[in-house]
Design a protein around this ligand. Sequence first.
Ligand code: FAD
Length: 116
Amino acid sequence: HNQTNCPPRSEELGRATWTFLHTTAAYYPDRPTPTQRANVLSLIRALPLLYPCSHCADDFGEDVKLNAPDVSGRAGLSRWLCDRHNEVNRKLGKAAFDCSKTDERWKDGPADGSCD
Ligand code: FAD
């Protein structure tokens, strides 16, 4: 399995999707316009309909139904998404991610500059 030129396996698709979603949240405005709020809500609501792993999509849709997306601003959206990802981590038996580290992981990099 050639990792770069083969269709993605589900783990790779998951990592790529989380990368996109967390990075989008990290750069979402502090004070989004109504249009920006509507657009990010559309993106979130499309995932359970389009994500090409049907049982992942179904479970995510149920979780989003129980936990309304917080599209009020960057901090709220980043936290909401961290909680949703942790719900998937829990389901898969993975360790929870510390949501206080979300900006460091997806936006600023570690304080030691090792990602600069
Ligand atoms: P990933 O979980 O892909 O995470 C990537 C990186 O994100 C981690 O290395 C870590 O640095 C960081 N991270 C981890 N947790 C958080 C967090 N809470 N907040 C912020 N950053 C974090 N797979 C299944 O087998 N079954 C499913 O039902 C399933 N549902 C999914 C639903 C959705 C919406 C998505 C996007 C993916 C789903 N996946 C599912 C895929 C799964 O979540 C992982 O992406 C995949 O197993 C690869 O895991 P990983 O250990 O490489 O890290």
